[in-house]
Write a protein that binds this ligand. Structure first.
Ligand code: ADP
Length: 413
């Protein structure tokens, strides 16, 4: 009898890393997970964890891995050693996280030559990520040519934002010629988390309005009205919006030409400054929120100011998105900082009682990996913490597509 094809391999290929998970979609369990990091550097690292009911077993090895193709071959070899390789008959598809899907892709998409070409065409707006995603697709196909490859786009959830939110007030011809508009990112997470929030409230997804605050190393806010993203803080690229680990988020665009004219900086220099040397790192020398809060608690003035700038920006977005949505049912925190930094959550809603936002300090202090409310019972606006799971969302969308189910709007998670 033929084996049921119930497994999905999820690949998240970044500029110098590949994260992966193998899931069994019958019960959504993880069979294996890991990453390859420092690709292209002198000592790359391959980490592989086999997950079973009895626990986790991790293998690690170091050595130079020149590129994404070699990285994926290393992942395949690790999976192979446990009988979980790409040639196993249970594998239904590979789901790839693709950062930029432009305006064309608003749903998970089966990859063919035309789709590949389009992902390639979008590389100028995601120069570090789209080529890595493509390398993942090409290598997986070389290893197992008959296997469906599904692209799940970070921009897809935002693809139908109202034009008023997506348009920049730029000269229209120039904007159109260069495809300049708000595309957003973190869409897979915003979709997963807003849907989980509706479930937490016990209400239909299409009736709930949520502000999702995805606060990781990269950070973005989204206003989700009835299951649809209507506004988000990242723009043409992930640089716009909230203060992030190393990205500035919003600045006056004139800062760019001011620096180019007066500080002898090239476009590339300013790019590096804003993307890699700004944000929390630029303000206080640390981009890890654990370190920033620790130093701030000890009275370090730079760390304290960094935290104040971070929280001030968050508050502005909560206020703005309250206005965009009109009625807000929930504000949900997610990702590394959102899920773990109780002090940041508390500070972000402090003083917003007028908007119906209150956090119960006792509930906020609880450490838990399950979705939960941190606002007092009966609050006008629920404040929630929902751990994001982009890999599970990618696997769900991928599996849904190859099985002919529409998981995009409805979702089964
Ligand atoms: P990304 O996927 O964008 O790399 P994550 O969502 O994993 O990021 O978030 C990473 C960030 O989360 C870290 O840089 C750190 O600042 C923050 N973080 C993780 N754990 C904690 C914690 N216990 N307290 C505060 N911040 C934390």
């Amino acid at each position: 009898m033929a084996e049921a094809r119930t497994r999905v391999l999820v690949l998240n290929s970044g500029s110098s890393s590949v994260k992966y998970q193998l899931l069994d979609m019958r019960d959504r369990t993880r069979l294996a997970a890991g990453l390859v990091e420092r690709i292209g550097e002198r000592t790359s690292r391959v980490e592989y964890t086999r997950l079973t009911e009895d626990g986790a077993r991790t293998r690690e090895r170091e050595g130079r891995i020149a590129g994404h193709e070699e990285a994926l071959r290393a992942v395949a070899a690790e999976l192979d050693a446990d009988g979980l390789g790409l040639d196993s008959p249970e594998l239904a598809a590979v789901g790839h996280r693709i950062v930029h899907g432009g305006r064309l892709f608003d749903a998970p998409t089966l990859v063919d030559a035309a789709v590949e070409k389009e992902i390639e065409r979008l590389a100028p707006v995601a120069p570090l990520h789209n080529p890595a995603g493509l390398a993942g697709i090409r290598t997986a196909r070389a290893l197992r040519p008959d296997l469906p490859q599904v692209a799940v786009f970070d921009t897809a959830f935002h693809a139908h934002m109202p034009e008023a939110a997506a348009r920049y007030a730029l000269e229209a011809e120039t904007a159109d010629a260069h495809h300049i508009r708000r595309y957003g990112a973190h869409g897979t997470s915003h979709a997963f988390v807003s849907r989980a929030t509706a479930r937490l409230l016990g209400r239909p997804y299409d009736e709930v309005n949520t502000i999702v605050l995805h606060l990781g190393n990269g950070a973005s806010a989204a206003a989700v009205r009835g299951g649809r993203s209507v506004e988000t803080s990242m723009g043409l690229t992930p640089l716009e919006g909230l203060v992030m680990g190393t990205r500035s988020g919003d600045i006056d665009p004139a800062v760019v030409f001011h620096l180019m004219r007066n500080a002898d900086m090239s476009a590339q220099d300013v790019d590096v400054l804003l993307n890699r040397r700004s944000g929390l790192l630029g303000l206080c020398g640390d981009n890890d929120m654990r370190e920033v809060t620790r130093r701030s608690d000890e009275g370090d003035p730079a760390a304290r100011l960094a935290l104040e700038v971070y929280v001030h920006r968050l508050k502005k977005y909560i206020g703005a998105y309250t206005a965009v949505l009109g009625r807000v049912d929930a504000v949900t925190f997610t990702a590394g900082v959102g899920e773990n930094a109780a002090a940041v959550r508390l500070a972000a809603v402090e003083g917003l009682e007028g908007l119906g936002l209150v956090v119960d300090p006792r509930l906020n202090a609880v450490r838990d990996r399950t979705p939960r409310l941190i606002s007092p019972a009966g609050s006008r606006v629920a404040v929630a913490v929902v751990p994001t799971d982009e890999e599970l969302e990618i696997a769900t969308q991928t599996y849904g597509l190859v099985n002919g189910q529409d998981t995009v709007r409805e979702g089964t998670t």
